[in-house]
Design a protein around this ligand. Structure first.
Ligand SMILES: [Zn+2]
Length: 181
């Protein structure tokens, strides 16, 4: 094999197994309701212990759709199996029913505590219904937990960089962050 064709083959193999560099995504609110607000950011309940994620609720459970937050088509991998719950349950290590979108360089974006319905399952979609707002896993009330992690460590820049704080309106028309994926 000539060097040039060998290099072309290597480049093609690298492209096939490497998802590419991590890039900025856009995340809107997960609930299409003007009554949806951010209730926790860097700290639980805004002033409690460390959280480093967004908790978003609209005061409902098992009623409003919990939507994919990422703008554009993304592959949402579903981890289910938790019975319906609004105020917490022991399931999936505290995550409850949840989704993970995987990016490059160890980055991922997760949405937790889903109350499963017919919409719940692995899929590729743009802000589609993923289930209902609920409290499966470690939750004291129904809400959507959203985090952006690199190699499992939660990061805060994705929401602090766009000014999202406790009390920010989280209707699905509003941008809440720019996670890395
Ligand atoms: Zn949370």
């Amino acid at each position: 094999m000539k060097l040039k064709s060998l290099m072309t083959t290597v480049a093609a193999l690298v492209a096939a197994v490497w998802a590419g560099p991590a890039a900025a995504a856009t995340a809107n609110g997960p609930i299409c309701d003007p009554a949806a607000y951010v209730n926790s950011t860097t700290y639980y309940g805004c002033t409690g212990s460390s959280h480093t994620a967004l908790d978003i609720g609209n005061g409902s459970c098992g009623e409003w759709n919990h939507r994919g937050m990422l703008v554009g088509n993304y592959y949402y991998y579903y981890y289910g199996g938790c019975a319906a719950a609004c105020n917490g349950s022991v399931c999936n290590g505290g995550a409850g029913n949840y989704y993970v979108v995987s990016g490059g360089s160890g980055w991922d974006f997760r949405q937790l505590h889903i109350y499963a319905n017919v919409s719940s399952g692995t899929k590729t979609c743009d802000r589609c219904a993923l289930g209902l707002v609920g409290g499966t896993g470690s939750a004291t009330g129904p809400h959507v937990h959203a985090d952006n992690r690199q190699y499992g460590t939660r990061k805060s820049a994705w929401y602090t960089s766009v000014g999202t704080t406790c009390g920010t309106n989280a209707n699905c028309t509003n941008r809440l962050g720019v996670p890395t994926l």
